[in-house]
Design a protein around this ligand. Structure first.
Ligand SMILES: Cc1cc2nc3c(=O)[nH]c(=O)nc-3n(C[C@H](O)[C@H](O)[C@H](O)COP(=O)(O)OP(=O)(O)OC[C@H]3O[C@@H](n4cnc5c(N)ncnc54)[C@H](O)[C@@H]3O)c2cc1C
Length: 378
């Protein structure tokens, strides 16, 4: 049996970052069900830092995290964590007025500028130019090196004396005399504080701890990678989407990654791409771009998990002492990870958020668990 000050469940980006932050304050055990961390949502993202995307609270959390990505701690990573990308939102001819929706998301910190349709066509030559009626450009959108960021947290955890145990699926949690006993595989571990960073399985772990569920809903999203049209260099192309809820595409090495932007509610699972979703995406690409997709593309799916207000949950359970929720990162979990990890360490060790976070409008009360225990539940 291993004991620690803090036990974190789930070694995706959220659990890895929180474990790293907590390891500055005590001993940490990080338990992961899979044989390698990053098998689920963290390894399947679009790897984009999109500062104006998400609820106002999500945007504030991301604004607080930009400094970490631009200037990570010494020894965190050998390579830059962010890469220049930019984001292009297009409106079709006849729908130009709808561009206001995209422009309205801008802030003085992260502007979005209107640009000429001809300039948009030059930036994104893969898009059929006749479909571009108006365009907006967001320079602050960046690529994130997710694998390097994830490894940075895990290696930093190790350097701080923390321990990652893989193939350790948690199956039971019990609290006695102020200590949680956690069963994972054939082992048991103990700690006074447990952090639930189990991604799509957050409510499953919550139920094991006897806590009220947070109505967490995993939603499947599909993506593919395709070769660009012959002779077209796409490496410097921005992220491209049409205004409203549309599929999007971005360079991925020398190829193009595209996603249907689907949000299909599913139970927590090892998500697999649905053939029909892939076919719908290929059809959309053939109608909106110069891509001709002749063979089945490499496809994958991942889960973006939301609670009803679309904000993350980061706080102690009101009824299960020592049980900290860190779930509901939705489609923003990579970019929010450094700040949510800081928030976790601050709430766990001091019970309050640092002044710079409060000054940005981030309040612990907005992150606190929102689940209600059913009447009569013990
Ligand atoms: C297609 C797609 C595109 C996306 N694009 C972006 C993007 O551009 N930018 C962005 O910031 N975010 C993006 N996201 C969202 C981002 O990927 C997630 O918010 C983030 O990865 C969530 O991280 P996590 O650590 O909470 O979850 P996960 O990575 O799923 O990690 C949870 C871990 O908990 C483990 N676990 C579960 N149950 C147990 C148990 N019983 N015992 C032990 N371990 C357990 C799992 O095995 C898993 O490894 C995207 C997601 C998808 C699917």
């Amino acid at each position: 049996m291993a004991t620690a000050d803090f036990l974190v469940i789930g070694a995706g980006i959220s659990g890895a970052a929180a474990a790293h932050a907590l390891a500055a304050h005590g001993s940490v055990l990080l338990l992961e069900a899979e044989s390698l961390p990053g098998h689920h949502a963290t390894g399947r993202s679009a790897a984009l830092y999109t500062p104006n995307f998400g609820t106002p609270l999500v945007c504030r959390i991301n604004a607080a995290g930009r400094a970490f990505f631009e200037t990570p701690p010494e020894d965190f990573a050998a390579a830059p964590l962010l890469g220049r990308r930019g984001g292009l939102t297009l409106a079709k001819p006849g729908e130009e007025a709808r561009l206001a929706e995209a422009l309205a998301a801008a802030t003085p910190r992260d502007p979005i500028e209107r640009i000429e349709a001809t300039e948009a066509a030059r930036l994104a030559p893969v898009i059929r130019a006749e479909l571009i009626g108006a365009a907006a450009y967001e320079p602050g959108v960046a690529d994130m090196d997710v694998a390097t960021i994830h490894q940075g947290f895990l290696q930093g955890l190790r350097r701080r004396g923390g321990r990652l145990i893989c193939k350790a699926p948690v199956t039971a949690l019990a609290r006695d005399a102020g200590i949680w006993t956690v069963t994972a595989g054939a082992e048991t571990h103990q700690a006074p504080i447990v952090v639930n960073a189990a991604g799509a399985w957050g409510d499953v772990i919550g139920r094991m701890a006897g806590a009220a569920p947070q109505s967490l809903q995993p939603k499947r999203r599909t993506a593919i990678v395709v070769a660009p049209p012959a002779g077209l260099v796409v490496a410097t192309m921005p992220l491209v989407e049409f205004v409203g809820h549309s599929p999007y595409l971005k360079p991925d090495g020398g190829r193009l990654m595209a996603s249907l932007a689907d949000e299909t509610p599913v139970p927590p699972q090892d998500a697999q791409p649905d053939d029909l979703d892939v076919a719908v995406l290929v059809d959309w690409l053939e109608r909106h771009t110069h891509l001709a997709i002749r063979t089945a593309p490499r496809a994958w799916a991942g889960l973006r998990s939301f609670v009803p207000d679309l904000n993350p949950v980061a706080g102690f359970d009101p009824e299960r002492a020592g049980f900290f929720w860190l779930i509901g990162q939705g489609g923003f979990g990579i970019m929010m990870a450094p700040t949510l990890a800081r928030i976790t360490a601050e709430l766990v060790t001091t019970g309050a958020l640092a002044e710079d976070l409060v000054a940005l409008g981030i309040r612990a009360a907005d992150l606190t668990p929102r689940g209600a225990r059913p009447a009569g539940a013990d």
